[in-house]
Design a protein around this ligand. Structure first.
Ligand SMILES: *Cc1c(COP(=O)(O)O)cnc(C)c1O
Length: 222
């Protein structure tokens, strides 16, 4: 199926409160242009330099989400324009984004990435570490960051019960943290091509969908 068809299908089938982030990592500018023509304005990328190059080549009303692991020395490529950094997984990264955002005179929206999956390799805060960091108050001093919510990835398994338990875990944590940050804490980013209906069932407000829209990726991503 074409990119246009898939975008139309998703836009008509997702509940109105769920944002669609089209994950365009590894795909060429032409593929993003096709999705853009179909009305899609929000795209996710996982490499800072690739994100910057696409930003420069494409219309400026696109919202760019950084969804991949971010090294502190690469924040500078995206800090001037990025809409949301979804993959913030350490105190050190929070502090580095704070510095780059201040340099740009911006407040950058972020999600805190939480590790709930069974695989040890996945990035993100352990829930207890995240809660301890937030309780410490250190994040409140970072005035150029706005914490919009949390992001997570479910275990890589066909077992629906396990995936649902991961999403329930993320949703529980989201609800637990919401009063701490107030009204601007409104984003629970969970769900990908293979598991987004389940994620929406469990309270997702934003799904990150790549291969279902753009097809298989041409080269592997970390
Ligand atoms: C690549 C990626 C996606 C999209 O995955 P698909 O299975 O292609 O939909 C979503 N979230 C993150 C964090 C990713 O790295």
């Amino acid at each position: 199926m074409s990119i246009t068809t898939q975008i139309a299908h998703l836009r008509s089938s997702l509940p109105p409160h769920v944002e669609l982030v089209a994950v365009s990592k590894t795909h060429p500018v032409e593929a993003i242009e096709e999705a853009y023509q179909a009305g899609q304005r929000c795209f996710g990328e996982s490499r800072p330099q690739e994100l910057k190059a696409k930003y420069e080549a494409l219309p400026k009303d696109i919202c760019w989400h950084m969804i991949g692991h971010l090294q502190t020395n690469k924040i500078k490529y995206i800090a001037p324009f990025v809409t949301l950094i979804e993959s913030v997984d350490s105190a050190r990264l929070c502090e580095a984004i704070e510095r780059e955002a201040a340099k740009c005179g911006r407040v950058i929206d972020i999600l805190l990435e939480v590790h709930v999956a069974a695989e040890a390799s996945k990035t993100g805060w352990e829930p207890t570490e995240l809660i301890a960091y937030i309780e410490s108050g250190a994040i409140d001093a970072l005035t150029h960051l706005r914490v919009r919510g949390i992001m997570g990835i479910a275990s890589n398994t066909d077992d629906e019960a396990v995936i649902r338990a991961d999403f329930d875990h993320l949703h529980h944590l989201y609800k637990q943290l919401q009063p701490r940050f107030g009204n601007s804490f409104d984003t629970l980013s969970m769900g990908m091509s293979d598991d987004y209906p389940l994620a929406i069932d469990c309270g997702s407000t934003s799904v990150r969908i790549g291969s279902m829209i753009f097809g298989e990726r041409s080269y592997p991503q970390p």
